[in-house]
Design a protein around this ligand. Structure first.
Ligand SMILES: Nc1ncnc2c1ncn2[C@@H]1O[C@H](COP(=O)(O)OP(=O)(O)OP(=O)(O)O)[C@@H](O)[C@H]1O
Ligand SMILES: [Mg+2]
Length: 281
């Protein structure tokens, strides 16, 4: 069976740009994986996501080479309508994604476009609002909500489409730590319950490392590191590419430099607590 996402030797250069925004990029993601994409500002993360949801090459012109397939079908050869049902996409800025006069209508927007029957639409919108914890906002006007609330409205619209692949561009950037934690828990739940595949661009690795199967690091349009979060974050190269190491990992490295070795590789406060408890027995 084809992997959910297959990217082969992909390169893309925006018109007039001096160099490629994505360059010779390869990636394979099986169904049901949660992959985090990290790297410094301008390294090409959002551009790469646009080649997955089809905005590139369908909406942006430029030099395109290589191939991207979702569920075995070429993105270049698919139309945007079919892609919109397979690939859910949360933009970096939710303002770009909210159109309607009420939250409820906004969340229903994609479903209306593909002609989902009224009853089913009602159900799917209610479910999405509930999953995001914003049922009470259903009748509000999106433009009068906070940025974090807008982000959740946009994400509810994405989830209502029940896409098999969801790509999120810095989904927690506008959320407070608790809501950001809820979002990560939701990602894990959707993967478990529905087998949804996720590609998440995220700087706050502390939150994501708990659920991510894989971490991919980009630099200047190229893939420079790929592996489990644990392998990458404990390797020597992550910091070189500006990847923010979780606080617990930094602490462990600092303790090691001072001769206080801990065992294994620690990523989360829970793992650190378990390690310390083990020592004091
Ligand atoms: N619409 C566009 N037209 C021309 N150049 C663009 C466009 N969008 C992005 N670029 C350029 O492509 C390169 C990659 O940008 P991209 O937005 O993909 O980076 P990013 O990794 O998502 O950065 P950030 O972390 O700041 O969101 C940058 O040099 C950027 O200036
Ligand atoms: Mg970006």
């Amino acid at each position: 069976m084809a992997d959910m996402l297959e990217i082969d030797r992909l390169s893309f250069r925006y018109p007039e740009a001096p160099r490629e925004a994505v360059s010779g990029f390869d990636l394979r993601i099986p169904q049901g994986e949660i992959v985090v994409l990290a790297g410094p500002s301008g390294c090409g993360k959002s551009t790469l996501l646009r080649t997955v949801n089809g905005l590139i090459p369908h909406m942006y012109s430029g030099d395109y080479a290589g191939d991207v397939r979702v569920g075995g079908a070429s993105v270049k050869g698919s139309d945007m309508r079919d892609l919109s049902q397979k690939v859910g996409f949360l933009f970096q800025n939710p303002e770009n994604q909210i159109f309607m006069f009420t939250v409820e209508r906004d969340v229903a927007f994609g479903l209306e476009n593909i002609g989902v029957p009224r009853d089913e639409m009602r159900e799917r919108v209610d479910e999405a609002l509930r999953l995001l914890g914003i049922s009470d906002l259903a009748q509000r006007a999106p433009h009068e909500l906070s940025d974090g609330q807008k982000q959740r409205v946009a994400l509810a619209g994405v989830l209502a489409m029940k896409p098999s692949l969801v790509i999120l561009d810095e989904p927690t950037s506008l959320l407070d730590p608790m809501t950001a934690g809820d979002l990560v828990a939701l990602v894990a739940k959707l993967r478990k319950d529905l087998g949804t595949t996720f590609v998440v661009v995220e700087h706050r690795l502390d939150l994501l490392v708990k659920v991510a199967d894989r971490l991919v690091v980009m630099s200047e349009g190229k893939k420079v590191l790929e592996g489990t979060p644990r392998d990458i974050l404990f390797g020597d190269d992550a910091e070189r590419y500006g990847v923010a190491t979780p606080a617990v990992t930094q602490l462990q490295k600092m303790l090691a430099r001072r001769g206080l070795a801990t065992t294994g590789t620690l990523l989360t406060p829970g793992e650190l607590a378990a390690e310390l408890k083990g020592r004091n027995r």
